[in-house]
Design a protein around this ligand. Structure first.
Ligand code: GLY
Length: 369
């Protein structure tokens, strides 16, 4: 029997997350959605098509009316409206109507793009998430955020649109290289840091099992991480308040991502952003210097960066201004009260941001000295 968790939306059960170790229960889970009468489009990228496309398609063919596969090239650079347009074209060609179903098979980019296509095609068609990366399993597949980047700005165009099911095959995490795996782990750390000190400590205590991708530990880790996300998104599904806590590390992280032309992974950038936010939290005397260094140094054994070179702090500051987490010209910055408790602060100044960015960045000038 699979472990499951129901995500409520507007106080009503909305969709289930099923936590499993393989794709063995997929047909059974989908049967509830009447798929024998529905066409299904599996949307994946070049990586997930190669890794899981055949296995998932074979299973879907046993239970769905018709299955098509649509793959696009992997990478954040393809999280665009052009990719969504190609999906619309394919769905139109294949005569998909509103009763049919999309399946997002992949990481954060696939989930966000497919969700946005589902939200907008014929004004809304059902979709199911099959997240295969840690970033998607711990964060992006839950909570209904869908969308694309636009002109280099992260997630600038999108919609809140809930999946019908999230089928979480934790076994898929074995397919990730270490860099991808730990980039996803940054979001798991984030959940501990913003909401749950006990979970944060548990992560540190299980460092070796996590590194070895021990399935039992990964299953517990993903479930606990999703439990934290559930609490946050159920309380504030459309990010009018506390959901913004999930953006811990993201204001500066997104700016670094853009300044680095998306060459660094999202999780790597938000690790840097979390270090910078912890630094501001220390400077404001929310946390002690020891706590700051403790938080900062915990990223290291998980192979996440705590400093970066080739970036100008002023450029990062300027880029934080164009992030969509601004409200009436003010940045909604997330700071720590302590490890395990975060809050949204609208008073963080340019000088504080600049100082924090200097803490994590070596400018080209420093490199020359
Ligand atoms: N990944 C942040 C959120 O879902 O709100």
């Amino acid at each position: 029997m699979a472990n499951r968790m129901t995500i409520n939306y507007e106080k009503k059960p909305c969709y289930d997350i099923v936590f499993v170790g393989d794709f063995g229960l997929l047909a059974e889970e989908l049967a509830d959605f009447g798929v024998s009468e529905r066409k299904v489009a599996v949307i994946c990228d070049s990586n997930t098509k190669r890794l899981f496309g055949e296995e998932v398609t074979k299973i879907l063919e046993t239970c769905c009316k018709k299955v098509i596969v649509h793959a696009f090239p992997a990478g954040e650079a393809n999280k665009t409206l052009d990719t969504v347009k190609e999906i619309y074209r394919r769905l139109i060609e294949e005569k998909f109507d509103r009763k049919d179903l999309l399946v997002a098979l992949g990481g954060g980019v696939v989930g966000d793009v497919t969700g946005y296509a589902a939200a907008t095609y014929l004004r809304g068609i059902d979709f199911i998430q099959i997240p295969t990366t840690l970033i998607a399993q711990s964060d992006s597949s839950i909570g209904g955020k869908t969308g694309v980047d636009f002109d280099g700005f992260k997630n600038m165009v999108g919609a809140f649109y809930m999946p019908k099911l999230v089928y979480m095959n934790v076994g898929a995490l074995k397919s990730l290289d270490d860099r991808q795996f730990y980039a996803g782990f940054a979001e798991v750390m984030k959940h501990g840091l913003i909401k749950d000190a006990i979970f944060y400590e548990w992560l540190l205590d299980h460092m070796y099992e996590i590194h070895d991708r021990d399935m039992e530990v990964l299953l517990e880790m993903v479930m606990r991480s999703c439990g934290i996300k559930k609490l946050v998104v159920e309380k504030d599904p459309k990010e009018q308040g506390d959901r913004a806590l999930l953006n811990f590390g993201h204001t500066i992280g997104h700016a670094i991502e853009k300044a680095k032309h998306f060459e660094m992974l999202h999780g790597e950038c938000i690790s840097l952003g979390m270090v910078a936010a912890a630094y501001i939290s220390w400077k404001r005397e929310n946390i002690s210097m020891e706590e700051y260094y403790e938080v900062r140094d915990m990223f290291v054994p998980f192979q996440l960066p705590i400093s970066v070179d080739g970036i100008e702090p002023e450029e990062i500051l300027a880029l934080t201004k164009s992030d969509k987490k601004m409200e009436a010209g003010q940045i909604k910055f997330v700071l720590l009260k302590k490890a395990g408790k975060a809050y949204v602060d609208r008073t963080v100044t340019d000088a504080e941001i600049l100082e924090a960015v200097k803490e994590i960045c070596f400018s080209d000038e420093d490199m020359r000295e």
